[in-house]
Design a protein around this ligand. Structure first.
Ligand code: SAM
Length: 225
């Protein structure tokens, strides 16, 4: 993966808790973070005694390279938010400046943790759609924030099947948030995915969560055995 093609933009622990309706019981599970990028979820959960492995191709780059990419991305993302402000709910974050500050704080926590987390094996440079070096249902819970479904115009239905099949081999449950695309439309193949996994004997459904930043983005897709 080319560093220039990555949009590193990381959310906080508190956002993950809300996006995925994580209960006390959930955060004590062994967790796989799918495409966690520069989010501070791994850092904060580890500090609280949780057990998490995050996978993302961005972890193949150095801390300095990731920081440089974050700095470049910041301007781009803020420019896009300015253009499309009406597609977002400005309640938790009161302004674009407040949002940018919260994201930069979360990514700062990630950057401070990255080198030690790598040596501890908490940040692994892996891509979801490939065969992952983990055992069958090794993880109790897998989380995908702002990757699967969101990029459904860039990542095909087949990519999603490959990635989700592999995740369901190594995890007992997967939660994906949001179920909208970057434009704020519902992922066009969401219904097909739900039908597909139900036909394979999985439980697959949408659940409302107490988080909404993209207008209408208040549901997660849950797939489990
Ligand atoms: C928009 S960021 C979201 C980061 C984090 N999950 C969050 O919500 O704050 C999307 C992340 O997906 C990662 N990514 C892209 N393709 C991937 C793949 N094939 N497998 C795993 N991660 C991937 C990117 O490197 C990037 O860090």
């Amino acid at each position: 993966m080319e560093l220039d093609s990555i949009v590193p933009w990381g959310r906080s622990y508190e956002e993950y808790i809300k996006m995925f309706s994580l209960s006390e019981e959930d955060i004590n599970k062994s967790i796989l973070g799918c495409g966690d990028g520069p989010s501070s979820f791994n850092y904060s959960l580890t500090r609280r005694g949780g057990k998490i492995t995050s996978i993302d191709p961005i972890y193949g780059f150095t801390k300095q390279q990731i920081k440089g990419r974050i700095d470049k991305t910041r301007k781009l993302v803020i420019g896009q938010l300015r253009l499309h402000q009406q597609q977002y709910r400005w309640s938790s974050f009161k302004s674009i400046g407040a949002l940018a500050a919260a994201r930069m704080e979360a990514m700062g926590l990630f950057l401070g943790d990255f080198d030690i987390g790598k040596t501890e094996g908490r940040y692994l440079s892996l891509e979801l759609q490939n065969c992952l070096p983990f055992g069958v249902r090794q993880f109790e819970l897998a989380l995908s924030s702002h990757l699967l479904l969101l990029y459904s115009k860039q990542l095909s239905y087949e990519f999603h099947l490959d990635a989700i099949n592999e995740i369901m081999r190594i995890a007992k449950e997967l939660r994906i948030f949001p179920v909208l695309t970057l434009d704020g439309d519902r992922c066009p193949f969401l219904g097909d995915l739900i039908t597909h996994y139900k036909s394979k004997g999985f439980i697959a459904n949408l659940q409302r969560v107490d988080y909404e930043f993209q207008v209408g983005g208040h549901e997660m897709l849950v797939i489990k055995y």
